[in-house]
Design a protein around this ligand. Structure first.
Ligand SMILES: Cc1cc2nc3c(=O)[nH]c(=O)nc-3n(C[C@H](O)[C@H](O)[C@H](O)COP(=O)(O)OP(=O)(O)OC[C@H]3O[C@@H](n4cnc5c(N)ncnc54)[C@H](O)[C@@H]3O)c2cc1C
Length: 441
């Protein structure tokens, strides 16, 4: 059995390496430099396309726990990152060129067959396994083929509203109610009087937005407008759009508020809520200020900021099984940002999960699901099984792991213990004994 990995980004490089050191025959397909993406600048594998920071290294932060989990898996990407670290306070930041160079070197020395060519489609094959890890800038022709494979369950840009933790909402102000009293009281409502609305509006129209990149211009805003653009079209425009109060009665006053911001459940555990209709391109600091002007959200803990940018990904909830393979073609797996996870290390984590199960399948063992007590398990559970049938990309955050007021150190301890047991049970670690084939790694 051969394993083809498509895309030598963060996720694909990790997968190819892990399977190769476990003795599988791996073919890695990467199109750069023969064809570049609009965001990559080099021919190196695992290029960091934007920030050189892999975020916080503290266990109290979701990225810190994710890093510990990747370490337990034996992640190559994390090992190289630590090798190339530059001082960055509590964050793990790297010398980006050195990082990508080292990953490329290890991959090239690991007995992996490398094909530098754009893959336009996956040929029919009964024996081989394919893992698609072509990322947010998947090439157009491959994206067209993919679209035929998954139908409408594919997105070409993000339009994500901010997500906050349920615990950080002030329930003495926010109330449950349905418009015209029709529904199951699924929505939370933040009421605003005219003064509060004016203050919010002024802050919103004067807030700084992120610049639109050239390659995003024609794709963005075809379908939905950012909230700041709706606001700029007229002072009352929000009252007929995302802040419409019609039919919503505040039970404490018996009256309809001047404006209402609605919150919708984001996950089955009801630990997260998204702010309905607040997709935005505001800078993160501005989002924080503006959200905290909403009555009841003065102390909101934002676990996911709103974004609108080009990002090719599939609706994993609809098309993938729990092991991240296509429901209608179990020889094709997906990993990395194309599955709806977002971020460098989140992409690596999803790749490790796929690699583990491909390795097990190669030994005729059943695939396994990750424990839901781990950060990686919760993140993948979210993208594969969230409440909504549409999927908004998500990065690692503690809100995915249950009530936000739980002791994070305890949550992290349990996660790492359970992951360690899982990795032993799955025989993943035993598989890695061929490691250190490349000097220094
Ligand atoms: C503009 C931008 C800025 C970002 N900034 C950040 C940030 O600051 N921090 C952060 O954590 N995340 C950031 N991200 C997200 C980050 O890029 C991804 O999370 C991460 O790179 C995804 O890893 P991946 O392996 O899924 O995809 P990638 O790392 O993008 O790798 C995919 C690979 O597939 C190759 N490929 C594509 N199509 C084909 C094809 N048809 N045939 C062969 N090869 C192909 C590409 O050349 C690429 O090498 C950003 C994304 C974008 C688009």
């Amino acid at each position: 059995m051969k394993v083809h990995v498509v895309g030598a980004g963060l996720s694909g490089s990790e997968i190819a390496y892990q399977l190769a050191i476990r003795g599988l025959k791996v073919i890695l397909h990467e199109m750069r430099p023969s064809k570049m993406t609009p965001v990559h600048k080099t021919s190196y594998f695992a290029e960091l396309v934007c920030s050189n920071s892999l975020k916080s290294d503290s266990i109290k932060n979701a990225s810190g726990l994710l890093k510990r989990e990747l370490e337990l898996f034996g992640s190559l990407i994390l090992r190289v990152a630590r090798n190339c670290a530059v001082p960055a306070g509590k964050a793990l930041a790297v010398d980006r060129e050195e990082f990508s160079k080292q990953v490329t070197h290890v991959i090239r020395e690991s007995g992996i067959d490398i094909v530098i060519e754009e893959l336009r489609y996956i040929p029919d094959s009964k024996e081989d396994i394919w893992i698609i890890a072509t990322g947010p800038a998947t090439s157009d022709s491959f994206a067209s083929w993919l679209r035929e494979k998954v139908g409408h369950n594919m997105y070409f840009f993000d339009a994500v509203s901010p997500i906050i933790t349920a615990d950080s909402i002030d329930y003495s102000v926010v109330f449950r109610a349905d418009r015209y009293g029709i529904g199951n009281q699924d929505y939370l409502n933040c009421p605003m009087n005219e003064y509060e609305y004016d203050r919010f509006y002024e802050a919103l129209i004067n807030a700084e937005v992120l610049p639109v990149k050239d390659f995003e211009k024609d794709l963005l805003f075809e379908r939905c407008k950012p909230i700041e653009d709706i606001a700029k079209s007229g002072k009352r425009s929000l009252l007929f759009g995302p802040m419409k109060p019609t039919g919503i009665i505040d039970p404490r006053t018996g009256k309809q508020p001047f404006a209402v911001v609605q919150l919708r459940k984001e996950n089955l555990d009801e630990t997260l809520y998204n702010i309905v209709g607040f997709q935005t391109r505001l800078k993160w600091g501005e989002q924080r200020k503006i959200i905290r002007l909403i009555p009841g959200l003065e102390k909101a803990e934002i676990v996911r900021y709103g974004v609108m940018h080009k990002n090719i990904y599939i609706n994993s909830r609809k098309v993938l099984d729990p092991f991240m393979r296509l429901k209608n073609d179990r020889k094709i797996f997906f990993a990395g940002q194309i599955t709806g996870v977002e971020g460098y290390l989140e992409s690596v984590a999803s790749g490790l999960y796929v690699a583990l199960n491909v390795y097990r399948i190669s030994k005729n063992q059943e695939p396994l699901e990750l424990p839901k007590s781990t950060m990686t398990g919760c993140l993948l559970n979210y993208i594969l099984k969230g409440t909504d049938t549409t999927l908004q990309p998500m990065y690692a955050n503690y809100g995915l792991m249950g009530p936000a007021n739980k002791n994070r150190e305890e949550v992290a301890k349990t996660a790492l213990r359970d992951l360690e047991n899982f990795l032993n049970y799955s025989q993943w670690k035993e598989g890695g004994i061929r490691e250190n084939t490349v000097k220094g790694f």
